[in-house]
Each structure stands twice: as C-alpha cells, then as structure tokens.
Design a protein around this ligand. Sequence first.
Ligand code: ADP
Length: 262
Amino acid sequence: MSPTDPLAPVERPDDSVLLSARGIRKSFGDNEVLRSIDLEVRRGEVVVLIGPSGSGKTTVLRALNGLETPGAGTIDFAGGPVIDFAAPVPKAQRYALRDRSAMVFQQHNLFPHMTVLQNVVEGPVRVQKVPKARAVAEASALLDRVGLAEKRDAYPFELSGGQQQRVGIVRALALKPQLLLFDEPTSALDPELVGEVLQVIKELADEGWTMVVVTHELSFARQAADEVLFMDGGVVVERGAPGTIFTNPTHERTRRFLDRIL
Ligand code: ADP
C-alpha cells in the first residue's frame, strides 16, 4: 500500500490494543454530548459503559462503529489507519471502521418477513459476499451455539423476546467482527428473559470475544467486565476495575448514581 492509501495500517508498539479512541467529541447542534472521550480496548477485554440516561453512552458506541462521525478526536483500530476526525474522513475509512465491529441493539431489528436463518445469513451473503452454503453452515453452527438450532426456520414473531435477542447476537457474530458492541441489549426485555441473554454474552466474553457493553445490569458488569467506565454529562467521570468502581468509587457523582441504581 502506498503511504497515501487511506486504509494503510500504521505500526503500533503494542499489538494487544485492539482499539484506541482519543479525545472524541460530538455535538448535535448546540448540544455537546461527548466532551473528549478516551477509551482503550485490549484484545479479549470486556469494557462496560454505565451512567445515567443521556450521558452519551450510545453515542460512544455509534462513533466506534462509524454510525456517528465525531467532530474531533482520533480512532485507531488495529489493522487500519488512525482516523482523525479533525478533517473530513474518507468514506473508505468510515466503511472500514464499520466493518471491524458489529452492534447488537436494544431492539433486535430482525427482518420480520425472513426466517431466523435468513436473518443471520443476510449480512454475510449480501454485504460480505460469503458463498451461501458456507454462510448457512456457519449460521447453523452459531444458532446451535446459543441453543436455537431448532428455531432456524421459524419467523421472529414465533420467538420469545429473549430468543429474538439471541438471534440478534448471532447475526452480529456471523459478520465475524473484531469487536462486539452491545447497546443495552436487555433493556427491552421482560425481566424473566434478561438472564438468558446475559448468559450468552457472558459465554462469549469467556470465549475471548472483545466487547464494549452499555448496560444498566450492574451485576453483569461486576461479573463480566475487565474495566468499567462511568459516564455522566458527556465525560468519563471514573474508570477502573469493577471491584473498585462498585465497592469504592472515588467520585461523588459515581456514588450517587450507584446509590440510585443498586
Ligand atoms: P445514553 O446512551 O447515555 O442514554 P445517548 O448517547 O443516547 O445517551 O445521548 C446523549 C445525548 O445526545 C442526549 O441528550 C440525546 O438526546 C442526544 N442525541 C443522541 N442522538 C442524537 C441525535 N441523532 N440527534 C440529536 N440529539 C441526539
């Protein structure tokens, strides 16, 4: 690749870092929702974002996934260039960012007119041009992996909310992303269905998937997170190991939030 190639990877001293975002800012009109966010994700690590509604957690995920374009800052994703948002970002770089991660949304957004299997193979076949037979075999194995093998020909409306969300997770996995992004994956579920979805996410974490998870499920964060970031008002107020953040937070704002939610 030539030095001017917008996708040319840069040399990094530490290849255990998968993603490094620095000084990420984002405004919607006059509303500055991210005020210089720094975030580093190492390979195999689970980073959990917590914080009150409106603090900017979803916007961080969307920026990492290329769905929002920050007004300033850099994102350095291993295997690619350092993307600098101070200047207009070439389309190829934005698409490359999008391809590296896959997002699981609050609502699964499955196509209602497609079977479970069709929903899962859609991305690999149409977007990534994976041969259909291979995509079907891989999708079947993943569905089996989350206990949904016998639902592959069912339609989304025939599944429980928890099953639908597990299909949503499989759909993200089928894209073979380097990073999984979960945006409150259980907040739209009835309480009795939350556990089965968190269990799948925990197993993926144990298998070594790298993930950034936005959640209000603090017991999940405590068990699964390597690092917890508490956000408020568009800044990371405090970050650290779950044992420290939950039992001995340094900042008053973190304490107040935890008191309210626990
Ligand atoms: P959280 O995930 O912590 O609840 P969000 O990142 O969703 O917070 O939102 C942070 C702020 O950004 C909120 O004030 C929200 O209203 C605003 N916001 C998010 N997306 C948009 C958008 N597309 N247009 C305008 N404002 C937005």
